[in-house]
Design a protein around this ligand. Structure first.
Ligand SMILES: [Zn+2]
Length: 202
């Protein structure tokens, strides 16, 4: 039996998602066949609007509905403190407990030579520009990239770059309590908070 085109196309779309294999893609697709049309329509609409109704903040490059984002616009935030993370999801993780009062910089990736991702493929140059600073007076950069090999490498590279421009910005690295090889987004709030408090000069 040949799989109908409409089904095959959904299976293929699911397969392109990270962590979804062919079996799961098939299972999800056939599950959707049992979902009422109204629910499917609203699912399709949310997908359609996902990128249309969001925008990258031109200051910190997180994803939000407005540019600049709600964090960059918030007068209560300490703009002298920039926390550098790999992805917008990490901002959500750090925002969950609401203790961090600084602002962010989202790299949208990490330096990963094995996968041909160099410093120019992520929003790293933009961070250096921010530190060089027109308008923003940065005092501390908190490197909160993941404690993986690529995350460490990225942190090291950024620290080096910031020293190179000869700024007296303090560079710190979060760490304590975060399991090596783990992703920030999976850390629980308390661990994340401790890691933030326990940051040390880098
Ligand atoms: Zn922003």
């Amino acid at each position: 039996m040949r799989i109908p085109k409409a089904i095959q196309s959904v299976i293929e779309s699911f397969e392109r998602l990270p962590g979804v294999g062919p079996k799961t893609a098939q299972r999800l697709t056939f599950y959707l066949l049992h979902v009422p049309q109204g629910q499917l329509d609203s699912f399709a609409r949310s997908l359609e609007n996902l990128k249309k109704n969001t925008v990258l903040c031109s200051v910190c490059f997180t994803v939000d509905e407005t540019d600049p984002c709600s964090i960059c616009c918030d007068p209560q935030r300490d703009t002298s403190l920039i926390c550098v993370v790999e992805q917008a999801l990490d901002v959500l993780a750090l925002e969950k407990n609401g203790k961090y009062k600084g602002i962010y910089h989202v790299l949208h990736g990490k330096i990963d030579p094995l996968n041909n991702i160099g410093p120019d493929e992520i929003y790293l140059r933009q961070l250096i520009e921010r530190v060089k600073g027109k308008g923003e007076s940065v005092k501390e950069i908190i490197l909160a990239t993941n404690p993986t090999m690529e995350g460490e490498g990225t942190a090291m590279y950024i620290a080096k770059k910031i020293k190179e421009i000869g700024s007296d910005v303090k560079v710190t690295r979060i760490g304590r309590g975060l399991p090596i090889g783990a992703d920030l987004e999976y850390a629980d709030e308390v661990t994340l908070q401790r890691a933030m408090e326990g940051r040390s000069e880098y």
